[in-house]
Design a protein around this ligand. Structure first.
Ligand code: ADP
Ligand code: LRH
Length: 498
């Protein structure tokens, strides 16, 4: 086999896309892309508002996007739908649908919903954070699945529930009828034992969560299943006679279904002495390792050991990321202030500097009045309060660059790695000001791109499973480096004393 088409479904917390790609042993090319926003919905829930994902809307967008990709394959001629090797799904981590009798029961919650606080108390009342870390190796994030499940259990929301399906697993289930838990995303739940790679029965028992809640694990590259006949009919609408049956040969393949796992597959470097920043709604800042770091120092610094493709470990910390900018933009839009990101970034770049605050302060996690909260953080840090949108953007970018710098230093020292360059991938890699300030603050070269790293990582794992390409992650990364344009930022004199 020389080349093939695979389709990546990538659902980010800010937007989703369905992308088809052509892959051959020496070239990867992204094709037609269907993009759609991912707008959460907040509704009154009896005692307080609750924040949810609009998962049905997302699924509809996925189906529409797949149909567009299929139509494109037909138009391209050749073997038409027969040229499609597979499709694969990834999304943001931790969130899940509660299933009863094979149907979704209740609207899935957004990880920024306030209900998780009660779950944190309940879990830490039963198991200490140190004991948890020894088993799951995860950083403390108040929305890790384990805390959400504990909150749901205590609110009676798990009564009568047979299974919890993480978001990509739920989409896979709706497409194929097969219920699995993909390993990389399972590692973000807090219920996977990092030593054995299995669900931790010990944690489940101590947390009074039934083991039956968690589906059997599946690894990236394994086949989830075939499209359900009803799904094929829906996908084939308008594609002509015979399309539905042609789609029976297109399997759904398991990929690194945690978006960060897929993004890190596509970091375009074969060098192990690099740090990466997967820059989107969150900035995931760290290193790839062969084995976890489970020391007390690592736990105290809140570093995570997430499971990657091919058993690699992502040793990283979540930095608040582009969320800070997009939440400000949302606020300005509602206030009728004209605010478009490229213009604001250009204005922010023209400023001499900006206030630095802690971007990871827990107050900045929930949706809400972000400028007010940032102003409070600046005041607390004894820094000038920004007075217009460009100053806010500059302040956010300066603060993120500083957080990247300290996180990379810590990751290197906790794991005994020397870092020689930083790769920034994802939508945030287009933020030239942030890339340059990161180079300046760290004193390291920053290489930006690809923007669609997550979709590319998703594609690569499928292409390897189909036998179109082969080799270890370094071979896949060499293919990315040869296929996408990258931008290099060289450190200038630091804009702030380090
Ligand atoms: P996610 O997968 O979490 O939804 P993405 O990887 O799609 O996130 O990245 C989205 C972010 O990319 C936006 O929040 C925005 O800050 C950034 N971004 C998008 N376009 C641009 C641009 N032209 N310049 C700078 N940043 C951009
Ligand atoms: C990035 C991400 C990140 C998780 C968060 C919930 O999209 O998956 O890796 O910590 O969302």
């Amino acid at each position: 086999m020389t080349d093939s088409t695979v389709i990546a479904v990538d659902l980010g917390a800010t937007s989703g896309r369905v992308i088809s790609a052509t892959v051959s042993p020496n070239r990867l090319q992204l094709g037609l892309t269907s993009r759609f926003p991912n707008n959460p919905v907040t509704v009154w829930a009896g005692q307080a508002p609750a924040m949810h994902w609009n998962l049905l809307e997302l699924y509809r967008e996925v189906v529409d996007g797949l149909r567009v990709a299929f139509r494109e394959a037909q138009r391209a001629g050749g073997s038409g739908l027969g040229s499609i090797a597979s499709l694969g799904v990834d999304s943001w981590a931790v969130d899940y649908g509660r299933m009863r009798g094979g149907a979704l029961a209740g609207i899935p919650y957004h990880y920024r919903d306030a209900r998780t606080a009660a779950g944190v108390e309940a879990v830490h009342g039963a198991i200490s954070p140190a004991e948890l870390y020894a088993v799951n190796g995860l950083q403390f994030l108040p929305f890790n699945t384990v805390y959400q499940l504990a909150a749901d259990r205590d609110a009676g929301l798990l009564d009568g529930i047979d299974e919890a399906l993480l978001v990509p697993d739920l989409i896979n289930y709706w497409l194929t009828g097969e219920r699995r838990a993909e390993r990389t995303n399972a590692s973000t739940t807090g219920l996977l034992d990092i030593g054995t790679g299995r669900w931790s029965d010990a944690l489940l028992t101590r947390l009074r969560l039934p083991a039956s809640l968690l589906p059997p694990l599946i690894a990236p590259g394994e086949t989830v299943g075939s499209l359900l006949p009803s799904v094929r009919d829906e996908l084939a609408l308008g594609l002509g006679a015979g399309a539905a049956s042609a789609l029976s040969t297109v399997p759904v393949v398991s990929v690194g279904s945690h978006d960060t796992a897929s993004a890190v597959v596509a970091v375009p470097s074969t060098d192990r002495n690099i740090a990466y920043i997967s820059s989107g709604t969150w900035s995931l800042v760290g290193l790839e390792l062969d084995s976890p770091v489970l020391t007390e120092a690592s736990r105290a610094a809140n570093f995570t050991n997430e499971g990657g493709v091919d058993g690699r470990i992502r040793f990283l910390r979540n930095v608040m990321g582009m969320w800070l900018i997009s939440e400000c933009l949302r606020e300005w839009e509602k206030a009728g202030v004209s605010a478009d990101l490229p213009t604001l970034l250009a204005q922010a770049e023209a400023l001499p500097g900006g206030s630095v605050f802690d971007p990871d302060h827990p107050d900045l996690l929930p949706a809400g009045p972000m400028t007010e909260r940032i102003a409070a953080r600046c005041a607390e840090a004894g820094q000038r309060i920004p007075s217009n949108p460009a100053e806010y953007v500059r302040s956010i970018v300066e603060s993120l660059a500083e957080a990247y710098h300290s996180t990379i230093q810590q990751a290197a020292s906790l794991s005994g790695t020397s870092v020689e360059a930083i790769h920034v991938v994802g939508g945030g890699s287009q933020n030239a000001l942030l890339c340059q300030l990161t180079a300046d603050r760290t004193g390291l070269p920053v290489i930006a791109g690809p923007v669609e790293a997550t979709a590319i990582g998703n594609v690569l794992v499928q292409a390897r499973a189909a036998g179109v390409i082969s080799g270890d992650l370094e071979s896949l990364r060499a293919l990315v480096a040869a296929s996408v344009p990258l931008t290099r930022y060289t450190p200038r004199r630091p804009s702030h004393p380090r």
